[in-house]
Design a protein around this ligand. Structure first.
Ligand code: ZN
Length: 86
């Protein structure tokens, strides 16, 4: 039996690596803008640890990783999305 190897990605906050399925993906879609767990383009991953997604530096890290500036309301959406996600 051939086992499918998991896709490993790094959390931009704690820099630990996880299975893709255990991370929240934020993508800077070329057409649609910032998307969560969707879209095509430059992406950043954040793990499910509360310390990571509530980290005060996460906005800067995301902006750097996605090479874009994030609107203030992005984090309202982001937090709601995370609440739904868990
Ligand atoms: Zn993390």
């Amino acid at each position: 039996m051939i086992q499918k190897s998991p896709v490993i990605r790094m959390c931009i906050s704690c820099r630990k690596t996880y299975d893709r399925n255990n991370l929240l993906k934020v993508t800077n879609d070329q057409k649609l803008g910032i998307m969560i767990n969707n879209g095509i383009g430059r992406s950043a991953y954040i793990c499910k640890s509360k310390e990571c997604y509530t980290n005060s530096k996460i906005k800067k890290k995301l902006q750097k990783a996605l090479k874009t500036s994030l609107e203030a309301d992005f984090f309202d959406i982001f937090k709601k999305e995370i609440a739904n996600y868990y």
